[in-house]
Design a protein around this ligand. Structure first.
Ligand SMILES: C[S@@+](CC[C@H](N)C(=O)[O-])C[C@H]1O[C@@H](n2cnc3c(N)ncnc32)[C@H](O)[C@@H]1O
Length: 211
């Protein structure tokens, strides 16, 4: 049922601009994990409602979500961090040919190592966490201090292909990762300073704001 609903929603989403369709195809062919279609559409809609001046994204990959955000929010600037050199280069290439480079700054670094330098770029009105799933809690703790008073945190993949409700997972590596995501979800939902809602869209999107 869930899969059919998901397919139905995706079938209603309008065709993207050629550059985005091309990037979606590239991601598919090169195994680059970009946001699922229904997930990015939901994220964009929430951002349109919020109207952030500045967004910080952890995990650029090839620039797809950063470019979709910049395209949907022409008055917003986006700072995005990517540690992988090949993906960073591909993101720079995509962003410059799209003409969205005035809105997007890509930083080539490990987000776990440069949080103190990010103060200069803030404050941010939205934080989008979409990098190594096992480190979500660290990203959250490291980067929420740079949020503005009404800042919102979006975390992708919190339902991890439905594996968070799977009783038996054969692969030890996947099991460990799923446990980390489940710990993050529980930690987030019980946080004293933030109130969170998990939306079962795309790969699962958590939306948090200060209480
Ligand atoms: C799921 S992809 C990002 C997808 C992108 N947000 C999109 O939807 O178009 C995750 C990316 O985060 C990067 N990443 C993982 N851990 C990171 C870290 N500690 N610092 C910076 N980038 C990281 C990976 O190299 C990968 O390209």
């Amino acid at each position: 049922m869930q899969d059919r609903i998901h397919t139905y929603i995706e079938s209603l989403i309008k065709k993207r601009e050629p550059i985005f369709a091309e990037m979606e195809q590239y991601a598919l062919e090169h195994d680059v994990p970009i946001m699922e279609l229904s997930g990015i559409e939901a994220l964009l809609q929430m951002l349109r409602i919020q109207g952030p001046a500045k967004i910080l994204e952890i995990g650029t990959a090839i620039g797809y979500s950063a470019m979709r955000m910049a395209d949907a929010l022409p008055n917003t600037t986006i700072v995005t961090i990517e540690r992988d050199t090949e993906r960073f280069n591909e993101a720079i290439h995509n962003i410059s040919r799209s003409g969205l480079d005035r809105q997007i700054k890509v930083i080539h670094a490990d987000a776990l190592e440069i949080s103190d330098k990010m103060k200069d770029y803030g404050p941010f009105d939205a934080l989008f966490i979409d990098a190594a799933k096992g480190q979500y809690l660290k990203f959250f703790e490291m980067y929420t201090p740079y949020l503005s008073e009404n800042g919102i945190i979006f975390t992708d993949n919190v339902l991890f292909k439905g594996l968070v409700v799977e009783e038996y997972i054969e692969s030890k590596r996947t099991r460990n990762l799923v446990n980390k995501i489940k710990n993050y979800n529980e930690w987030l939902m019980n946080h004293n300073e933030y109130i969170t809602s998990i939306i079962p869209v795309g790969d699962g999107l958590a939306i948090s704001k200060k209480r």
